[in-house]
Design a binder for this molecule. Structure first.
Ligand code: TXA
Ligand code: MG
Length: 320
């Protein structure tokens, strides 16, 4: 698919696509993002599918108006509000406690959410047209470099997105600076388009969180959400043995076995990996909350989003 010029008409169309659960590549001052309605887990799952990520990685939620910050974050420390007022719109992302409105797939199960307000006319107008916070990673396939013009996106992801808005080359050209701020202080999680020295004028000295050799993405880290209940991964639900009310079953599709009194969560009755991805964290939370003896998780096909789902299931099963 070719990129479309960012005319008012096309921006309105892109806003409608996002509201309808679609995915749109759009320019920001840093790099092009691949956006979906941050409040719609299935739409967000489509981002991971398009990027062909082998695991889920938390996404940045983009907002167009300051008022949306309180919708996205459960709590905004005073210092974060000061940073927002000083640097937004701009290439600063802040990691804050997440609100209940943000689905777990956006944050990959973390209790925090990354949020920023981009400084780009097309992005601002798109966010207004969409009328919802927009979750967006950089619009590149997994492992590729971030796109800084619409042609990069078209050649890398063109056939996987619903629309590409062309807003010309990105002025900043590197991703946003990411900081974590809480009552006890702050840390730099990624150096980017806003020099940390400028942020420190407001926050005071920030700790460095990047240690060489550490996995870059929190999605790869062990502190990621896994149920506390022991999980056994089974290729086929027939392998579970007799099930009782102290067992949970995390099934890919409607089980064909007799699950007895076990608590069953079905990821996708129609075997859609997209739906399964969107529901994975919700279903894991639900089963975990029951404090069962064991959860049997059924393997999903290892293709497309199935790789991301299997990565999470394997982590969950490896925990005990
Ligand atoms: O400039 C940018 O930030 C661009 C434009 C599109 O806004 N976006 C971008 O997104 O670079 P992405 O997904 O490529 O990088 C986001 C980074 C990832 O390294 C992710 O791990 C981190 O943000 N991140 C997201 N949520 C987080 C959280 N709750 N805690 C810590 N890190 C988080
Ligand atoms: Mg990226």
């Amino acid at each position: 698919m070719k990129a479309k010029p960012a005319t008012e008409e096309n921006i309105q169309e892109a806003g409608r696509i996002i509201r309808g659960g679609g995915i749109v590549a759009f320019p920001t001052e840093t790099v092009y993002g691949l956006g979906a309605d941050a409040l719609n887990p299935e739409a967000v799952a489509r981002i991971f599918e398009a990027k062909q990520r082998p695991f889920f990685d938390p996404l940045i939620v983009h907002i167009g108006e300051m008022i949306q910050l309180d919708r996205v974050a459960a709590m905004v420390p005073g210092i974060a509000r000061e940073c927002a007022e000083r640097f937004w719109p701009g290439p600063l992302t802040m990691v804050l406690p997440k609100s209940g409105d943000i689905p777990d797939i956006v944050t990959a199960g973390l209790s925090t959410v990354a949020v920023r307000m981009p400084d780009h006319d097309v992005a601002s107008r798109l966010l207004a047209a969409a009328g919802t916070p927009v979750a967006a990673p950089s619009a590149n396939p997994f492992g590729y470099i971030s796109p800084t013009d619409a042609d990069h996106v078209a050649s890398q992801l063109g056939d996987r997105v619903d629309m590409i808005l062309d807003g010309g080359p990105c002025v900043v050209g590197v991703e946003s600076t990411i900081i974590r701020l809480d009552e006890s202080g702050g840390a730099v999680l990624r150096h980017g388009g806003l020099p940390v020295e400028e942020v420190e004028e407001i926050t005071g000295k920030l700790a460095e969180k990047e240690t060489p050799g550490e996995p870059e993405a929190p999605g790869q880290l062990p502190y990621h959400y896994s149920p506390l209940t022991p999980v056994t991964l089974v290729a086929d639900l027939k392998d579970t043995g007799k099930l009782s009310s102290s067992h949970g079953v995390l099934a890919f599709s409607t089980p064909e076995i007799d699950t007895g009194d076990a608590h069953v969560e079905v990821l996708s009755p129609g075997k859609s990996l997209r739906e399964a991805a969107a529901r994975l964290f919700i279903c894991m939370h639900r089963l975990d909350a029951l404090k069962l003896e064991r959860i049997y998780a059924e393997e999903v096909p290892q293709e497309g989003l199935g790789r991301a789902i299997m990565d999470r299931l394997r982590k969950a099963a490896a925990r005990q």
